[in-house]
Write a protein that binds this ligand. Sequence first.
Ligand code: SF4
Length: 210
Amino acid sequence: MAYAVKEAFLTLQGEGVQAGSRAVFLRFAGCNLWSGREEDRRKAVCQFCDTDFVGTDGVGGGKFADAVALGAHVAALWGDQRERRLVVVTGGEPMLQLDAALVDALHAEDFRIAVESNGTIAATPGIDWLCISPKAGSEVVQRSGDELKLVWPQAGFDPAALERWDFAHFLVQPMDCADGKAALEAAIALAMERPRWRLTLQAHKIIGLR
Ligand code: SF4
């Protein structure tokens, strides 16, 4: 199958359990919870998105004819080092495009595959690190993985109920919104009240990385 990539670049993972790790970010175009157009935001299921995932015009983006071509593109961005290759597959919603062929192609290039998904589509087998960030108002079918990252506050979520999902790590991340201070305080309060949750910040925004 062909793949539509918004952008792809080498950076440090900025958030979550693997924060600080060198990684190629592979951002797919498109999401199933918002069109990405501002005029549609108010009626979207997910209304707080902070990411441009529309089109294929970003740095390192484009259309790729098959999995091997996209795997080679990711490998070229990483460079010659063979050790601890990590690709973070994100979006948009990556499960719209991440199929078995691409999992195989990235593994063939010696990458560990980390994925950041909204959980509304079952994860493709073979992913090495699965982070699910659920969105209120959506039907989350993928309720197991390595990392549950809850953007907070979100009306409609009960953290106690989410703790029954099958994840190794539970992270709470303040929402990037107009009242960021209140969101940070709410996230801190959740982590203080419920010890299974750990606070994660978007370090790449704080230090000015992409
Ligand atoms: S689910 Fe993720 S990518 Fe899609 S609109 Fe929401 S935050 Fe953005």
